[in-house]
Ligand binder design. Structure first.
Ligand code: AMP
Length: 282
């Protein structure tokens, strides 16, 4: 496995693989890798001869400088994990390499980035779209792999690729969870032992909403039960708990309209200083 920091060196090696007719699969990450990331690497490995993983903590997608500062950075351990899992190339550029000067470009995605994560993290998806566009133009992969853990991000990236004619197939991969149901996340490292035990409530809230909805077909009731469960312990501050139409990514409040399209339940909440997000499809 090669660890590459420069754009030119990365382009040269990827071009040489492409000239040999090899397919390139790409997994963009911010590092602090866990089994969720590794599941994307495994999917990429199954479908491509060459797997490229980028590790870059992207400053433009953070709207909270403390969150950016505290984001775990574990490059050495990450490279070891990637090597063990058959990754061929790690691209780990500096901030200066990706952002050599003032940034002029921004993105808007209509309702897709004004609700849920977009509402609570101003400019987040513009930063995501900017770095993903840069990385797509640098790596030029055949396929790119993203987790359904960040369902809104996946939806926006599919739209970005469609709108800008990126010649890249976007593949969504299922959420990987701990045994107790907590969705794996790099931010989980920042939970105290006590908080880690409580964090599972987020998963349970999704389960209860799904169950109540399955029994009563009543979105309001399902949401109410789930929010009650999260609020019970008084430890969480909820940003949102919403049902969305998975096809259009619009919030759904009316139980009578939701027979014709697939639904997902999306939640984000703070537990102490750590913001947890999760979702579940119905
Ligand atoms: P991040 O490093 O948090 O930017 O995540 C990099 C990629 O890994 C994104 O496409 C995420 O959606 C994906 N990912 C993160 N956590 C999980 C998980 N628990 N299961 C599946 N994919 C995940």
């Amino acid at each position: 496995m090669e660890v590459i920091k420069s754009i030119d060196a990365l382009r040269a090696i990827i071009n040489s693989y492409k000239l040999e007719g090899k397919k390139v699969g790409f997994v963009p990450t911010m590092g602090a890798l866990h089994n969720g990331h590794l599941s994307l690497i495994k999917s990429a490995k199954q479908e491509n001869e060459i797997v490229v993983c980028s590790i870059f903590v992207n400053p433009t997608q953070f709207n909270d400088s403390e969150d950016l500062d505290k984001y775990p950075r574990t490059l050495e351990a990450d490279c070891q994990l990637l090597e063990n899992n058959g990754c061929n190339i790690v691209f780990a550029p500096s901030v200066e390499m990706i952002y050599p000067g003032k940034v002029f470009t921004s993105f808007q995605f209509s309702h897709l980035d004004s609700i849920l994560e977009g509402e609570y993290r101003d400019g987040h998806f513009s930063g995501v779209a900017l770095v993903v566009s840069k990385l797509f133009n640098i790596v030029k992969p055949h396929r790119a792999y993203f987790g359904e853990k960040d369902l809104q991000q996946l939806t926006i990236i599919k739209q970005l690729v469609k709108d800008l004619y990126f010649d890249i197939e976007i593949i969504g991969c299922p959420i990987i969870r701990e045994k107790d149901g907590l969705a794996l996340s790099s931010r989980n490292q920042r939970l105290s032992e006590e908080e880690r035990k409580k964090a599972i409530t987020i998963y349970k809230s999704l389960q209860i909403a799904k169950k109540v909805y399955g029994t009563h077909h009543d979105l309001k009731k399902a949401k109410q039960k789930a929010v009650e469960l999260i609020r019970e312990k008084n430890d969480f501050v909820i940003d949102y708990f919403e049902f969305v139409n998975r096809e259009t990514f619009e919030i759904v409040n009316d139980s009578s309209t939701n027979k014709e399209f697939p639904l997902s339940i999306c939640v984000a909440a703070y537990l102490g200083e750590v913001r947890l997000i999760d979702n579940m499809s119905i």
